[in-house]
Design a protein around this ligand. Structure first.
Ligand SMILES: NC(=O)c1ccc[n+]([C@@H]2O[C@H](COP(=O)([O-])OP(=O)(O)OC[C@H]3O[C@@H](n4cnc5c(N)ncnc54)[C@H](O)[C@@H]3O)[C@@H](O)[C@H]2O)c1
Length: 281
């Protein structure tokens, strides 16, 4: 599959990984439409800095299915006719909270992060797939089995999806859900010629992590990764995503980009690592 002249929605495309993959796609002659929550002026300025003509911005929260559908309809109007090929779903949140011994203190965080990270993933995949298919003649009421490759969606899970490490009791399980949603979508969308893959990075020093979590994770990686024992560069994740887009045989696959890191345990030693992970939830 060639990226040249194809269009991709990038959720969270104003962020670190989404922005980097947007630049890779643009460098290969593709078009990008970024869905993010930044105000329109800020989001547009950011996305136009990637490319003045082939990058576009739509302000939309990925957990609002109705607005997401409108954003997809707008995307089909913006990009060259018939060119919408896929999505890189990089929008997510990772709430933070000071340590509490009461598990019920995490319930409200779980509701919020589940809504955005898990429900949002389902909604993005559903709306993008329908938008891609809308470019083709009506498939009719029964599942078609098309010959052409219509597209590819790459969802971003995390190395903390499985196993879920210490202090990831809300974010971690929502990233486990991302893998399940990807698998279900890959199966459902196979007959439509749409592939669905997942990338699971370890730690990238981006705004979702926040400055207080990086030192904690740096020491976790140094202690627990195989090699390299360091945080990943956004480019190392973006090139994995581009590989999944370009290789037509890649489907229903979870690509871990993690230096062999499998996370920390709650009970790793006499000093409980949970209390070291300030504001991680
Ligand atoms: N940074 C890491 O260490 C790391 C590790 C593993 C997985 N991930 C995953 O990679 C993806 C990208 O993360 P990143 O490191 O680039 O973070 P980032 O904070 O740089 O980017 C996330 C982007 O998502 C946007 N966003 C947040 N909520 C949104 C919503 N409701 N609707 C639309 N946009 C929204 C933000 O405005 C931001 O631009 C996320 O799914 C994240 O969970 C990150």
């Amino acid at each position: 599959m060639k990226i040249q002249d194809k269009s991709f929605v990038i959720t969270g495309g104003c962020g670190s990984i989404g922005g980097t993959v947007a630049c890779h796609i643009l460098a290969k002659g593709g078009y990008v439409v970024v869905f993010d929550v930044l105000p329109v002026d800020q989001g547009t300025a950011k996305v136009k800095s990637y490319h003045p003509d082939r990058a576009f911005y739509i302000q939309v929260s990925i957990d609002n299915a109705e607005k997401l559908e409108e954003a997809c309809a707008e995307t089909l109007r913006i990009v060259p006719k018939g060119s919408l090929y896929g999505a890189i779903h990089a929008a997510a949140i990772a709430p933070g909270r000071k340590w509490s011994n009461k598990l019920k203190d995490s319930i409200s965080d779980f509701a919020r992060v589940l809504q955005i990270n898990a429900f949002g993933t389902f909604a993005v995949n559903a709306c993008i797939a329908d938008a891609i298919n809308s470019q083709y003649p009506d498939d009719g009421p029964f599942a078609p089995r098309v010959e052409e490759e219509r597209g590819c969606i790459v969802n971003i899970s995390s190395a903390v999806a499985h196993p879920v490490p210490a202090r990831c009791i809300t974010y971690g399980p929502t990233k486990t859900a991302v893998i399940g949603i990807s698998q279900g979508m890959a199966d459902f969308l196979g007959p439509y010629g749409i592939r669905v893959n997942t990338v699971s990075p370890a730690v990238v020093a981006s705004s979702i992590m926040g400055p207080d979590r990086i030192p904690y994770f740096k020491s976790e990686l140094e202690a627990g990764a195989i090699f390299p024992r360091r945080v990943s560069e956004p480019d190392e994740v973006a090139t994995g995503i581009v590989f999944l887009l370009e290789n037509s045989m890649m489907n229903d696959y979870e690509l871990r980009i993690d230096g062999g890191w499998r996370g920390g345990s709650n009970w790793a030693g006499p000093k409980d690592p949970r209390s070291n992970a300030l504001s991680l939830e």
